[in-house]
Design a protein around this ligand. Structure first.
Ligand code: UDX
Length: 434
């Protein structure tokens, strides 16, 4: 079976590389020619652990990449669409990249005898796959379920562990009709992941599963962050122990209960916004999800209040931000709470020096010379009046007394509690610790 992957961003490039490294014939497509040139030479255009090695193995095993869809539409048995669906101004999502890929496949299908299964992996609002069927039928003058088949197949991989998640997904969701194309995709996944459960449903249920999944994760985070804020006003209360204890209740579960600066990244904020926007369009209530967003927005303001309590007015104060990426093991700064914090601190007139092991280059494109950057922790701390640990990079767990002595005021706000329990001579405020 020949596989096509359209859109070589985070999901598409990881997926194409993992499949090709298993010697499955794969053609990967992206419109961005400079990206294609990089990938062809074995270079990953962003940082993701293990992906560079997997890509090189994939190229060695025959991965083909191109900026043209035609060979995919003409030759591939299964075509995965993994293009981006970025946020629009009012919180909706921009489907133009998915629609234009589908239109182009449709025009090509009109002239070919190939009967591919077309799989929508991009995150799309409920009802989109149904609309894409109409576009494909119109453009190709052919019939869904006979000449081609469209199936919704949401993706759940996490950044930082994308290769592991692609090799060992916890679940496969397939939304489509029970026909030969569904059988083809089921056979493909059953061979690839013999022990992983496949849930089959209609496209709109598959689409809402993805949003339910991510908005539940966001809800868990906002929940624990709210409890953390309450704990901060109870002398001696400890959010780590609260999370551990409630996590042992099997009805709750221990994962995603790490209080912190709020959720960021390319998915959770976008998906919560999109489902709220979708709910309002269809006249459905979204009170809980509105609150999840509000708690997340408030969390960054809580951090500012903590700093202000210590330093007073922030104008002219030198503040160190430790961590720019939205989580460790990535250079991704999309919707990173760190960047929101910097923006607010700059507005108050603070002077910022920032540190991150991977995300400095990306952050420079946002703040330019409005802030300072360094990849050296000592330099980041020298002369600073407050350091805020934002990302749980393991580098920060080893911050030493010697490094802290370089600060003008030894005041640490630790949003991830990485220095908790260490014997350090500092003024210390950790999120969730009363
Ligand atoms: C998420 C989903 O987990 C994944 O299934 C989906 O496919 C894409 O979106 P990702 O964006 O890679 O993955 O990051 P994730 O690990 O979920 O973290 C998202 C944010 O939540 C980060 O800012 C992280 O710091 C924060 N978070 C996560 C917490 O603050 N506490 C937690 O306990 C977990």
């Amino acid at each position: 079976m020949k596989i096509g992957v359209i859109g070589l961003g985070f999901v598409g490039l990881t997926f194409a590389s993992v499949l090709a490294s298993k010697k499955i014939p794969v053609i990967g497509v992206d419109y961005d020619k400079s990206k294609i040139a990089k990938i062809q030479s074995g270079e990953v255009p962003f940082f993701e652990p293990r992906l560079d090695k997997t890509l090189r193995t994939a190229l060695h095993s025959g991965l083909k990449v191109s900026s043209s869809i035609s060979s995919v539409a003409n030759q591939c048995d299964i075509i995965f669409v993994t293009v981006g669906t970025p946020t629009l101004e009012k919180g909706g999502i921009d489907l133009s990249m998915v629609e234009s890929a589908i239109k182009e496949i449709g025009r090509l299908l009109k002239k070919t005898k190939n009967n591919p299964a077309i799989i929508i992996k991009s995150t799309v609002i409920p009802g989109t796959t149904q609309k894409l069927i109409a576009i494909l039928e119109r453009e190709s003058k052919k019939k869904n379920g006979e000449d081609f088949g469209i199936i919704s197949n949401p993706e759940f991989l996490r950044e930082g562990v994308a290769i592991e998640d692609t090799i060992n997904p916890h679940l496969i969701v397939l939304g489509g009709s029970d026909n030969k194309f569904m059988k083809r995709l089921t056979d493909f996944y059953s061979n690839l992941h013999p022990n992983v459960q496949i849930i089959k449903t209609n496209p709109q249920t598959a689409e809402i599963i993805k949003y339910a999944n991510n908005s539940f994760l966001a809800t868990k985070i906002s929940f624990i962050n709210q409890i953390a804020t309450i704990c901060e006003s109870i002398p001696g209360a400890n959010i780590e122990q609260v999370a551990k204890a409630i996590g042992l209740d099997p009805r709750i579960g221990s994962l995603f209960l790490n209080a912190g600066p709020g959720y960021g990244g390319s998915c959770l904020p976008k998906d919560v916004k999109a489902i709220i926007n979708f709910s309002s369009k269809i006249g459905a209530d979204s009170t809980l999800l509105d609150a999840v967003e509000e708690v997340n927005r408030n969390q960054v303001r809580n951090i500012i209040s903590i700093i202000e309590k210590m330093l007073g007015r922030l104008k002219g104060h030198k503040i160190t931000i430790l961590g720019l990426a939205f989580k460790p093991d990535t250079d991704d700064i999309r919707e990173s709470v760190s960047l929101k914090l910097i923006e607010l601190l700059l507005r108050e007139g603070a002077k910022i020096i920032s540190h991150d092991p991977k995300a400095i280059e990306n952050t420079k494109s946002v703040f330019g010379n409005k802030i300072e950057y360094t990849d050296n922790i000592s330099k980041a701390l020298r002369g600073s009046e407050c350091a805020v640990i934002m990302t749980s990079w393991k580098e920060y767990t080893g911050i030493s007394e010697k490094e802290l002595k370089l600060m003008k005021k030894r005041f640490i706000v630790d949003t991830r509690r990485l220095l908790l329990g260490k014997k350090l001579n500092i003024k210390y405020h950790a999120i969730g610790m009363g």
